[in-house]
Design a protein around this ligand. Structure first.
Ligand SMILES: *[C@@H]1O[C@H](CO)[C@@H](O)[C@H](O)[C@H]1NC(C)=O
Ligand SMILES: *[C@@H]1O[C@H](CO)[C@@H](O)[C@H](O)[C@H]1NC(C)=O
Ligand SMILES: *[C@@H]1O[C@H](CO)[C@@H](O)[C@H](O)[C@H]1NC(C)=O
Ligand SMILES: *[C@@H]1O[C@H](CO)[C@@H](O)[C@H](O)[C@H]1NC(C)=O
Ligand SMILES: *[C@@H]1O[C@H](CO)[C@@H](O)[C@H](O)[C@H]1NC(C)=O
Ligand SMILES: *[C@@H]1O[C@H](CO)[C@@H](O)[C@H](O)[C@H]1NC(C)=O
Length: 485
């Protein structure tokens, strides 16, 4: 009884709320978002879940099975793909018993009434990336088999499928024509086994497709071909004409599956998106152009030439992750539709109808005190600055300072202050973190300059903070740059 009353109440509240228009504007069917949490202070899960609900998002893909996150998703009806990080594949490949324990603790524990709507378990994340040098080749397939077996044994294998989010570099086409596609030689054998297994288990092939990386990695890449406006290069292949690299890439996979006796395998795009900072082609305008084209195409259910109809895709990423490795590039920390603090970056219409407006920001976000760490002009000592700035950046995040990025237009003092502030904020505004041999000082006035945001840290340091420092990666290029300065 109490439940019913509560339900009636919350319906009334929703109807009376001014957000009703947003709530009703539905996201394109088949579209979900990736929710990565590699940030110094990730937003609390309950705040993120409310933000998902406010924006009508009903599908998420996670990179782990973090228990507080799953608790926050409980009872929301949001469909979830949980993930298993690559470093846990060893143990799961080893034996079925470990996989059973994993499923018990990380899947079935959440399936009670009012629990989590888990649909997929992602076994590993892009384990066959060529930059991993075949590290996970031997363990990924056994881990996939064990996890699916454990799901079956737990009696949930019909509803919950194990799969592997795979980077698009597992297949290639020497001519760039989709019909010439096939699996990369070094992973062909294992991919053929995996594809067969997915087919037998009615699980989808999950692939991450990145038009941005096509553009980033190749100076001669035809710019418009990365987008969906059809105003640039086309590639003719058999009787099909491709006007964008997303379709061509997807259909290269379709041809690859066909050649390996898996023509009917369902495909899900595990990640697709565009970053907004950290590279000359990473900004709000181009991200908007990309998403506008993508969402319009998805809403029209055009599919690709070889797979017309609805596509299933997860946008990458929900929120910026300022602790991701920048080995791929400085843009890696700027894929979010939302900033680190849940503020939307650019107008978008997730229904694909072109009625752009800002997404609804996260509510109830708590920041640390409004104070910033900047260069103390009185103690400016140019000879010492290079070292200090290099240190500050190596222990924080200066990816917005580089060429073509949001904070690239400042003078040298601005650069120094930016680096000092990032260090200070990422050390929880600890007074000792704003010293830099006397070169720095704390100020109470907003230090942001123009379009360059000097962020404030979010309140509430979590467990992840400690993890974050343990894994901190020195951005070698930035260091080199600043020591030259
Ligand atoms: C459940 O998942 C977490 C996070 O991935 C992992 O650390 C833990 O070992 C898993 N539980 C079991 C019993 O394997
Ligand atoms: C892969 O091999 C290259 C070249 O030998 C090396 O630079 C790189 O660090 C290796 N990567 C990993 C993840 O082992
Ligand atoms: C994978 O297994 C093959 C065959 O057993 C072996 O030759 C190869 O070295 C293994 N690779 C790794 C990375 O363990
Ligand atoms: C291309 O031609 C083949 C056979 O000639 C046909 O089956 C296929 O549907 C055509 N594809 C498109 C996209 O028209
Ligand atoms: C500030 O830093 C950026 C990126 O490192 C650099 O491009 C710019 O030239 C710097 N500004 C000055 C005045 O040194
Ligand atoms: C500081 O200024 C920037 C840019 O004007 C703004 O976006 C940000 O919200 C301000 N921060 C605070 C805490 O007022």
């Amino acid at each position: 009884m109490a439940r019913t009353c509560l339900l009636v109440w919350s319906c009334c509240l929703i109807l009376a709320s001014p957000n009703v228009v947003h709530v009703l504007s539905t996201v394109v069917p088949g579209v979900g978002v990736n929710w990565g949490t590699m940030a110094f202070h990730p937003l609390p899960p309950d705040i993120v879940v409310n933000m998902l609900k406010d924006n009508g998002i009903t599908k998420v893909k996670l990179f782990d099975s973090d228990s507080p996150t799953l608790k926050a998703l409980s009872g929301t009806g949001i469909e979830v793909m949980i993930g298993i990080p690559n470093n846990q594949l060893y143990i799961l490949a080893d034996g079925i018993e470990d996989a059973k324990d994993w499923v018990k603790e990380n899947v079935t524990a959440h399936l009670h009434d009012g629990g989590v709507d888990i649909k997929y378990v992602a076994v590993g994340n892009e384990p066959f990336l060529s930059s991993y040098n075949n590290t996970f080749d031997n363990i990924t397939f056994p881990a996939l088999q064990n996890v699916q077996k454990a799901l079956d044994k737990a009696g949930v294998g019909d509803k919950i499928k194990a799969t592997i989010p795979i980077n698009a570099d597992v297949y290639e086409s020497p001519s760039n024509k989709p019909s010439d596609g096939n699996f990369r030689k070094d992973v062909k054998d294992v991919m053929v086994q995996i594809v067969k297994f997915l087919q037998q288990n009615k699980a989808p092939f999950v692939v991450n497709i990145y038009p941005f990386l096509s553009l980033y990695q190749n100076a001669d890449f035809p710019f418009e071909y990365a987008f969906f406006d059809g105003s640039g290069k086309t590639i003719s292949d058999k009787n099909v004409s491709y006007t964008n690299v997303f379709d061509a890439n997807y259909d290269t996979l379709v041809w690859t599956l066909k050649k390996n006796n898996a023509e009917d395998l369902k495909i899900v795009v595990g990640e697709v998106g565009w970053p907004t900072d950290g590279n000359i082609n990473a900004n709000n305008n181009l991200a908007k152009k990309f998403y506008d084209g993508l969402l319009k195409k998805l809403a029209a259910k055009k599919g690709t030439p070889l797979r017309p109809g609805q596509l299933d895709v997860y946008l990458f990423d929900l929120i910026d992750e300022n602790q991701k490795s920048i080995a791929p590039g400085n843009f890696e920390r700027h894929w979010g539709l939302f900033r680190y603090d849940g503020q939307p970056k650019f107008p978008i219409d997730l229904s694909g109808k072109g009625n752009d407006k800002m997404l609804i920001a996260a509510k109830g976000v708590q920041y640390m005190r409004p104070q910033w760490c900047v260069l103390n002009e009185e103690n400016k000592n140019l000879a010492m600055i290079a070292n200090e700035i290099g240190y500050a950046c190596s222990e924080s995040d200066c990816t917005s300072l580089g060429y073509g990025s949001a904070c690239n237009k400042m003078d040298i003092d601005g650069n120094v202050s930016y680096a000092f502030n990032m260090y200070f904020q990422m050390h929880n505004q600890d007074e000792g973190a704003c010293d830099f041999n006397g070169l720095a000082m704390i100020v109470k006035t907003n230090a942001s300059q123009g379009s360059c945001l000097f962020p404030l840290q979010l309140a509430g340091a979590g467990e992840r903070l400690k993890l974050a420092y343990g894994a901190s990666i020195i951005p070698g290029l930035l260091l080199a740059f600043f020591t030259l300065m």
